[in-house]
Design a protein. Structure first.
Length: 508
């Protein structure tokens, strides 16, 4: 009886792990090939939402050229930002642009529906049938919204012509409108074809997706966020090749090629500033790397605290500063180290009527690198120790028990067991630190910087901010950001190569 139950359980496991639709018909194999085109069309739709060059809602020259369809769908104010006078003088009606915004939002929703259909196409036949229905709905919505945008365009043209201000409004119908319509038709047609190619499903069959595709879909939001916040901003690198000023629009008559790249090295003042900034950046990053073992040591000593309540209190107390804004940290620094702060007040209380101590420690540029290291360590050591605490919990407790039997003390066990077991984790984090040696962050140095310590506190990120936002030299600051990214990637692969040669392990 037990044997039969065990056999049945193995059968159940084999059914759960069996790939969906192992034996496929000829029509299913054709459908699988069509699905690749289907998914590429959907991905193109999604990407085009975020690029201003593919904005079908830009039906007037007054609509910002740098506005994407996604921005039009979520913000009416951005659409009519340059229509102030036209709306006041009734050259065009505000309701037309409200309608334009709603059609743009409808396209976003339609693309989201088609993206969901693309995910469904990774499932079994029953889910693929549903995918076709959902894709048809999304494609029809997008096609209808595109027709709606064309209708709004016609209304705006009629209103501008009636008011005699057609030239002022400069209506236009982007060619990309037809591209979106073609993509919508293509998705619908492919979905319908696949609906008939996929064989009928049995009654009672469940929706299923292979485990590998389930894991992919779980990672898809992370991939999308990484694309939007890490790769999509790389589109801004184009500013490095133009003579651009804030608020202007890019045009080929402002194209200057590698002018800003050469000026970075040829201009004596810029070269001098870069050398000073790199000195500060490398010095502070180097100090951070030299003290990168502190979180590991802190985690080891914290794990040796036997009182559970006290250990949790210490861990919580040292982790909380990571969640405090640098602005609030600077407020604490002012309260402690300002002219009338806590330190000066305490020193004056022991002065016994002598000359009052009024030292402003925040304005003092001496030892600025060490000061910034101290503030950063205080703020981040508890948070950085978490990954080591997790690694310590994964160490085999049998090693400690065997060491105890051999007569090893507490410090011997920490040195000969905990430290070697944590070295792989430390090496991975060290590689990441080396790759980010040019990235110190900006918040800490921005709030602590002033006229007195500017030369010793300005790191590369702060320099790029001051150059681009403060001085308006956006192309030059973009060039510096590009060079920094390229150098960081080179450092990552170099450090990874050294690790692989020495330790036989790599992270890339």
């Amino acid at each position: 009886m037990a044997v039969s139950r065990l056999t049945d359980s193995y059968k159940d496991i084999s059914v759960m792990n069996r790939p969906v639709n192992v034996r496929k018909t000829a029509s299913e194999r054709i459908a699988d090939k069509i699905y690749w085109v289907f998914r590429l069309g959907i991905v193109a739709n999604v990407i085009m939402l975020f690029f201003p060059a593919f904005n079908p809602a830009r039906i007037s020259g007054l609509i910002n050229k740098n506005l994407s369809l996604f921005s039009c769908g979520i913000s009416y104010d951005k659409i009519v930002a340059n229509f102030g006078r036209a709306l006041r003088m009734k050259w065009v009606e505000a309701s037309s642009f409200q309608t334009l915004r709603w059609f743009s939002l409808l396209i976003i929703i339609a693309v989201a529906i088609m993206a969901a259909a693309g995910c469904m196409s990774l499932g079994n036949n029953k889910l693929k049938k549903l995918c076709s229905i959902v894709a048809v709905v999304g494609g029809a919505m997008e096609f209808g919204a595109m027709f709606g945008i064309r209708g709004v365009y016609n209304d705006v043209v009629a209103q501008a012509r009636e008011s005699g201000k057609l030239k002022n409004i400069s209506p236009m119908l982007p060619f990309v409108n037809k591209v979106f319509m073609a993509l919508a038709i293509g998705v619908v047609v492919l979905a319908v074809i696949n609906f008939f190619l996929i064989p009928r499903t049995e009654h009672g069959e469940k929706f299923e997706i292979e485990p590998r595709y389930q894991l992919f879909l779980m990672m898809l939001p992370v991939i999308a966020l990484a694309f939007v916040f890490s790769y999509l901003p790389l589109y801004g690198w184009r500013y490095a090749f133009f003579d651009y000023k804030s608020g202007e629009t890019l045009s080929m008559d402002k194209f200057v090629g590698f002018k800003w790249f050469t000026s970075l090295f040829q201009n004596a003042a810029t070269r001098r500033d870069m050398l000073n900034v790199l000195k500060n950046t490398l010095a502070m990053s180097g100090l951070g790397i030299l003290t990168s073992w502190l979180p590991m040591a802190f985690a080891i000593f914290l794990s040796e605290i036997k009182n559970t309540h006290f250990r949790r209190f210490v861990q919580t107390f040292t982790t909380i500063p990571n969640f405090i804004s640098w602005v609030l940290v600077y407020a604490i620094a002012i309260a402690m180290f300002n002219t009338d702060g806590f330190i000066n007040t305490m020193l004056n209380s022991f002065n016994n009527g002598g000359t009052a101590v009024t030292t402003n420690y925040l304005m003092d540029p001496s030892h600025m690198w060490l000061k910034m290291l101290a503030w950063g360590t205080w703020k981040g050591i508890g948070w950085s120790a978490i990954i080591y605490i997790a690694a310590i919990s994964g160490i085999d407790q049998g090693l400690y028990e065997a060491a105890t039997v051999d007569g090893a003390g507490r410090f011997a066990k920490m040195w000969y067991i905990s430290v070697p077991e944590l070295i792989p984790t430390y090496c991975v984090l060290l590689l990441m630190s080396i790759a980010n040696i040019l990235t110190n962050g900006m918040d800490q140095y921005l709030v602590f910087s002033n006229a007195m310590n500017q030369d010793s506190i300005q790191v590369l990120d702060l320099y790029v901010y001051n150059l681009g936002i403060g001085s308006g030299l956006i192309p030059l600051s973009t060039v510096i950001g590009m060079v920094k990214s390229v150098v960081s990637v080179i450092l990552l692969f170099a450090a990874n190569g050294v690790s692989k040669a020495i330790r036989g392990e790599s992270i890339v």
